[in-house]
Ligand binder design. Structure first.
Ligand code: G3P
Ligand code: CA
Length: 276
């Protein structure tokens, strides 16, 4: 059974047998709006330093549905959370992530660049974040520049399997990357975990391209500048969901809500759902 069919069957069964199935059926909208997954981009990055406990805790407090994290690897093989491939922008250090040991990365201050109140925030490990947040909030895992870290897909898969997070009942784990070969590899290693392709390239939005993505991906996640209602419909017609990024204004959030996307990846979870 294919991954999509398996997951779909599980969802369908749980809905059929749920006493709330009728309520669910009529509660698909909030007011006039479709419900969307509210994804806190690198945590609640508008308010706290990205990829840190401060930003992730705030996302939980703000009742986001997911945190998005960027995973890379230290020189000595630890999976770490950081967006850029160097530490220069978001820490008090310099150098490439992959050239520094975990001890060196961990000694850096990953908070003070964002404000004095964040002094002492640390670069985190992938394992720490899974253990701290799984079950509290969904986790959208981005493999960042996986071409720099051969075998990172296997390593991530192993960590998830050790925690039994590779099953359909894993609730809310999704893995995505701009590197499509990496996404395909993850799909092979973790056939029951939803995967997504990231792009900001219009060439990836053709019918043919979407059809190809749909052979392995569950999510098609474009930058919001290339989103149209037609694209949303095409993605849906290929059996995928669509999540878009990076929202940093109320207007951008409203636009994506209007387009009918399934997830909005935002630095400001409150722009996506003002109730938060
Ligand atoms: O989740 C989408 C988004 O994170 C992709 O862009 O550069 O912020 O990692 P970036
Ligand atoms: Ca990211």
């Amino acid at each position: 059974m294919s991954k999509k069919l398996l997951i779909g069957t599980g969802v369908a069964l749980s809905l059929i047998f749920s006493p709330f199935s009728q309520a669910f059926a009529v509660d698909q909208t909030v007011g006039e709006r479709k419900q969307v997954e509210n994804v806190a981009h690198r945590g609640a990055t508008g308010y706290a330093p990205e990829n840190t406990i401060a930003a992730f805790d705030l996302a939980v407090d703000m009742k986001a549905d997911y945190i998005e994290i960027d995973v890379q690897r230290s020189k000595d093989g630890k999976l770490v959370l950081i967006h850029d491939t160097t530490v220069d922008r978001t820490t008090d250090g310099t150098g490439k992530v992959g050239d520094l040991t975990f001890e060196q990365l961990r000694s850096l201050d990953a908070g003070s660049w964002k404000g004095e109140q964040f002094v002492g925030e640390l670069i985190l490990t992938f394992e720490e974040i899974l253990d701290r947040y799984h079950g509290k909030i969904g986790i959208l895992i981005e493999l960042k520049a996986p071409e720099l870290y051969p075998g990172i897909e296997e390593q991530v898969a192993e960590v998830l399997k050790e925690r039994n997070l590779d099953k359909p009942q894993n609730e809310k784990i999704i893995i995505q990357s701009f590197n499509f070969e990496s996404v395909k590899r993850v799909d092979q290693l973790l056939p029951q975990v939803p995967v997504g392709v990231l792009t900001s390239n219009r060439a990836d939005t053709t019918f043919e391209a979407l059809q190809e993505f749909s052979t392995y991906a569950d999510w098609f996640n474009p930058s919001y500048g290339i989103v149209t209602e037609e694209l949303v419909n095409q993605v849906h017609s290929q059996g995928m969901q669509i999540g878009s990024w990076t929202v940093r204004s109320q207007e951008a959030a409203d636009f994506l809500l209007e387009m009918g996307v399934d997830a909005i990846i935002s630095d400001y979870p409150d722009y996506v759902d003002p109730r938060n």
